[in-house]
Design a protein around this ligand. Structure first.
Ligand SMILES: Cc1cc2nc3c(=O)[nH]c(=O)nc-3n(C[C@H](O)[C@H](O)[C@H](O)COP(=O)(O)OP(=O)(O)OC[C@H]3O[C@@H](n4cnc5c(N)ncnc54)[C@H](O)[C@@H]3O)c2cc1C
Length: 315
């Protein structure tokens, strides 16, 4: 997919920060997936802008990822460029009063857990819903990551995005199109009709509180998560979205008799049936076959279509 000229340009611009034929199993929490043609880690925001503009001009597809904790990459990998922001957009800063709370700015490559810790240390309430959610701020915004305590949508003030043509735009929360585990930025690329907008960072609206109390609450939330969820084996968290009402996806999978079901090295967890775990060197094909079995069985038994929450990408 990448011709030699493109490889030369990437190498000259990114040096040790570009890798070719890079296995995506090293960059996803499910630990599966074939190789990406190129894997690029810009170190400066200007490098990121240049890369996105260049990819678009050359018609080379790109995908921006965070920590790959909500990604299933197929076995034949990703054509084009995978871009990671964790080396260039990492800062978290407190800004002062905003329209209805204290504004904290977090760049897209910062870890969600770093933002949660920053909020606790600074005595700022609002982020504890996200305690224990792995991944980056950018990934969390794109996924509208959340728990029973809340979701990203509830604490955002605005986001800053980079459009494929190379200019940036700030979008206020009232103009953001959030849904369950989803932010749609489709309207932003109508005119260019090519390439994915990149989330560069966001302003979060938080409220003063007691750091000690926030810390205690966070510890309890983390403890409860550990009791409910499988730890120690590769997964992408809950695989399917919960139906809008009635039983959760995990309960439906359990009732369908598929808790602990395995195909190849992939298995629905005995601890939480909506976690698909990579028990023993699973391939993406194993996981996809298990997903299909779960969807077909649940549809047949309960007439409910389970939709994956995890993004499935690649070939
Ligand atoms: C053990 C475990 C527990 C989990 N628990 C939860 C939970 O409680 N709640 C929850 O909501 N999720 C949970 N998840 C899922 C996952 O952690 C979240 O969805 C997380 O927010 C994804 O962040 P990421 O950086 O890993 O994104 P990635 O998986 O890398 O990417 C997710 C999507 O966002 C896009 N994207 C990422 N960054 C950007 C950017 N800067 N600009 C544009 N697009 C971007 C990617 O292209 C992809 O489509 C869990 C996962 C694991 C492994």
């Amino acid at each position: 997919m990448l011709d030699s000229d493109s490889k030369i340009w990437l190498e000259s611009c990114f040096k040790k920060n570009v890798r070719f034929d890079e296995s995506m199993s090293s960059h996803t929490s499910l630990r599966v997936g074939g190789a990406a043609d190129a894997f690029v880690m810009p170190e400066k925001p200007e490098e990121l802008v240049e890369l996105i503009k260049w990819s678009r001009q050359r018609d080379i597809p790109y995908i921006v990822i965070g920590d790959g904790t909500n990604l299933l990459v197929k076995d034949r990998g990703i054509r084009g460029i995978v871009v990671v922001l964790t080396k260039c957009l990492k800062s978290i800063t407190k800004r002062g009063m905003g329209r209805d709370g204290i504004i904290v700015t977090a760049l897209a490559g910062a870890r969600m857990q770093a933002l949660c810790s920053f909020a606790i240390k600074n005595g700022l309430k609002g982020m504890n819903f996200a305690i224990g959610i792995p991944g980056t701020v950018g990934g969390g915004i794109m996924m509208n990551a959340g728990t029973v305590y809340g979701s990203i949508k509830g604490v955002l003030d605005s986001i800053k995005i980079l459009l494929p043509a190379g200019h940036t735009k700030i979008i206020m929360r009232e103009n953001l199109n959030f849904d369950y585990r989803k932010l749609s930025l489709k309207d932003e690329v109508k005119e260019v009709n090519q390439g994915q907008p990149v989330i560069l960072g966001a302003c979060f609206c938080l409220h003063p509180s007691d750091p000690q109390k926030l810390k205690r609450d966070a510890e309890e939330i983390l403890k409860a998560r550990k009791e409910r969820q499988p730890t120690g084996l590769p997964s992408a968290g809950c695989f399917f979205k919960n139906p809008l009402s009635g039983k959760t996806a995990g309960e439906l999978i359990d009732l369908a008799g598929l808790k602990g079901k395995s195909i190849g090295g992939a298995e629905t967890s005995l601890k939480h049936a909506n976690f698909i775990i990579n028990r023993d060197r699973a391939s993406a094909a194993d996981i996809l076959a298990l997903i299909e079995l779960v969807q077909e069985t649940v549809a047949k038994k309960f007439n409910i279509n389970l939709e994956p929450e995890v993004k499935i990408v690649g070939q």
